[in-house]
Ligand binder design. Structure first.
Ligand code: UDP
Length: 200
């Protein structure tokens, strides 16, 4: 989709910059231009970590919970990053048994996921958007003898479900996945509300 990368680059820059400012470590250094970022090299942990606040997508399908139902509490899920297998859901048992991450690393990942969820929920609520769910990826950053887990990849309407608070209108990749049209307009609206882009 022409122009989507430029918007995602700006939105992800905005989010990662704020996360860095509140002490959540990320791989992000700075945006270089319209389509590129300078980031720290990390060893990617082969997990997609999904945080959910409201039922939608695969959770609704698997568990029969209607889309839009507020969850009793935020839920964290792990998926093994393996395209050939369609990123299957896995448990902490699988993650530690196969050595994808250690128990202390899983603790770090979960506490980062909760902090990121709290920050993002507030950020989007402030501009009239409900953060339904999102996916993050994490990596190991090596600094001398030290290693720490940091947020990597991107956070954008490609990796979040974002619904307008008043109308429940979708402002994310589901517009494409569900053939609704208006994808770029929705991403632009997210950027505008976050105060990132001017009308152009
Ligand atoms: N997600 C993602 N990449 C993936 C799978 C999911 O960014 O490969 C995001 C998706 O946009 C949503 C959340 O993770 O915000 C939860 O997705 P879900 O498990 O409901 O699966 P989906 O409906 O995307 O198949």
């Amino acid at each position: 989709v022409d122009g989507k990368g430029v918007l995602n680059n700006r939105i992800s820059e905005h989010i990662f910059t704020h996360l860095n400012q509140i002490g959540i470590p990320t791989h992000f250094i700075r945006r270089l231009n319209m389509r590129e970022q300078l980031i720290r090299e990390v060893e990617i942990i082969p997990l997609e970590v999904v945080v959910r606040n409201v039922a939608a997508g695969s959770l609704s399908q698997r568990l029969g919970i209607p889309e839009g139902e507020l969850l009793p509490r935020s839920i964290i899920e792990f998926y093994y990053k393996k395209d050939e297998l369609d990123d299957p859901m896995v448990s902490e048992e699988h993650i530690t048994a196969f050595g994808w991450a250690s128990p202390p690393e899983i603790d770090d990942i979960m506490s980062l996921a909760v902090r990121i969820n709290d920050f993002l929920s507030g950020l989007f609520l402030g501009v009239g958007i409900r953060l339904v769910d999102f996916k993050i990826e994490l990596g190991r950053l090596f600094e001398g003898d030290m290693m720490r887990i940091v947020l990597a990849d991107e956070i954008s309407p490609d990796s979040c479900r974002l619904w307008d608070i008043k109308t429940d209108e979708k402002m994310d990749k589901d517009r494409f996945r569900r053939d609704m049209g208006g994808l770029l307009e929705a991403y632009r609206e997210v950027a505008n509300r976050l105060g990132i882009m001017n009308e152009n």
